[in-house]
Design a protein around this ligand. Structure first.
Ligand code: ARG
Length: 459
């Protein structure tokens, strides 16, 4: 097959080289973006009088035909043509030899591939932002339904203090809010037009980059042609934000795995979202959550991959950069699929409110409340901490719980303890008295639910 760049060559590339250097097997997913970019480029060339209106029309008709063929899966992607850009241009040139050969005027694959990647990533980023938003919505809904459900909060995976289940879930909503903000910010830099940088130094032809930017809805235009073709910061940024998203999802997945064990029994995941064991008939495994946790490793790997690909590249474009697509596409697919499935799965998780409450009240989870009670009675916190510690030790030895201790015994630990101590040892009150801003009281949690409802209504 004659190459579009074959002029200075007397010999074709070896088959092995073609196979090694091709990117069509993975960059074909850029096809529609490539067509959109070429369409805008052709319109601009005609508007500037670089090609005729008739030629532009032919080019656009040809591109539309190719688009249809790709949709109908009748387009023949050829490895010999290396990548999506050459495949499309070659097919166009076969249809309309004269005008087709003019499309690549004032353009290079270097700015073309940067353009395609940015167009693709712009769509994917918006889509992931939406998926995160949907998930936040589900979590806020569940929080609202469980406003009365108390659970143990943990530090060091040891029961620490009782909290509302809603408070726990809303902690994730906060994380996902930051994720959305990071992606929206990244989108500003993705949304920059590189086309017009040509190979690396611009062009002598009278092009109109503002026009192309408008056609393709780019908010900005790259201001340095060398940077435009060699920049992949936006890919690195995107994948690093995705790594953080996956880290959040993985922490949540880990909790779902723990919570669904017989030992915790905090949740039940419905059958449709679990899998059985091929040997142990009694098992119901939280594989979806485990795989989300596992796939996090893939995305971290992608981040290492792109950082390493870029780290020693001299300006400007180098073929190494073709390898950017593999980690990028895999990240897009993995993050989207993980968000989609966790969105779905949360509709099929049952929280065992009784069990959560029971666990929250055991294990001296109100000891801090007792210490704070003593502080309110005028005892310095350190002393209050020690007195409470002694009381807990006493309870452990006698296998007793705090709220069962008679007042006379309390008094033997501290004279300041009075009848009202039992109020602070009540689970619901203990939670609801955590009224400091951002605390777990129902009042504060409700405020957060309202805040998020408003935020999620906005774009
Ligand atoms: N397939 C290439 C890539 O993905 C397109 C750019 C090729 N440019 C070049 N000068 N060989 O990066």
């Amino acid at each position: 097959m004659k190459k579009l760049w074959g002029g200075r060559f007397t010999q074709g590339a070896a088959k092995s080289v073609e196979a090694f250097t091709q990117s069509i097997s993975f960059d074909k997913r850029l096809a529609f973006y490539d067509i959109a970019g070429s369409t805008a480029h052709a319109k601009m060339l005609a508007k500037q009088g670089i090609i005729t209106q008739k030629e532009a029309k032919e080019i656009i008709t040809g591109l539309n035909k190719i688009k249809k063929q790709i949709i109908l899966s009748t387009f023949d992607f050829k490895v010999e043509l290396e990548d999506i850009h050459m495949n499309i241009e070659s097919a166009l040139t076969e249809m309309y030899p004269d005008s087709g050969r003019k499309l690549h005027t004032a353009r290079s694959r270097n700015d073309q591939v940067a353009l395609d990647l940015r167009l693709y990533l712009r769509d994917v980023t918006k889509n992931i932002i939406e998926l995160i938003k949907n998930f936040q919505n589900i979590l806020v809904d569940i929080s609202e339904k469980h406003l009365n459900t108390i659970m143990p909060g943990y530090t060091h995976l040891q029961r620490a203090q009782p909290v509302l289940l809603a408070h726990h879930l809303l902690a994730y909503v906060e994380m996902f809010q930051r994720d959305r903000e990071r992606l929206s910010d990244c989108l500003k830099r993705v949304n920059t037009l590189p086309l017009g940088a040509c190979a690396m130094s611009g062009t002598t032809l009278n092009i109109d980059r503002d026009y192309v930017a408008k056609e393709l809805k780019f908010a900005r235009i790259s201001e340095n042609s060398m940077d435009a073709v060699s920049d992949r910061d936006f890919v690195i940024e995107f994948i690093s934000h995705c790594s953080i998203i996956m880290m959040h999802l993985s922490r949540m997945a880990e909790e779902l795995v723990l919570w669904s064990t017989g030992e915790f029994s905090f949740i039940e995941i419905s059958d449709a979202y679990t899998t059985g064991s091929s040997i142990m008939p009694q098992k119901k495994n939280p594989d979806v959550a485990e795989l989300i946790r596992g796939k996090t490793g893939r995305v971290y790997g992608a981040l290492m991959s792109i950082l390493t690909i870029m780290k020693a590249l001299p300006l400007t474009y180098n073929r190494d950069m073709q390898e950017d697509k593999i980690p990028l596409f895999d990240t897009c697919d993995t993050v989207s699929a993980s968000l989609q499935i966790i969105n779905e799965m949360f509709h099929h998780i049952n929280f065992n409110a009784m069990r959560l409450r029971e666990t929250a009240s055991s294990g001296f989870s109100l000891a801090t409340d007792l210490a704070e009670y003593l502080v309110r009675k005028g005892i310095p916190f350190r002393a209050a901490h020690e007195i409470t510690g002694n009381i807990v030790k006493y309870c452990v030895e006698l296998d007793e719980t705090l709220e069962k201790i008679p007042l006379s015994v309390f008094k033997s630990f501290s004279d300041s303890i009075e009848e009202d101590v039992y109020q602070c040892l009540n689970l619901d009150d203990a939670v609801n008295n955590k009224n400091s801003r951002g605390g777990t009281s129902m009042n504060e949690v409700q405020k957060q639910i309202q805040r998020f409802k408003k935020l999620l209504r906005m774009r």
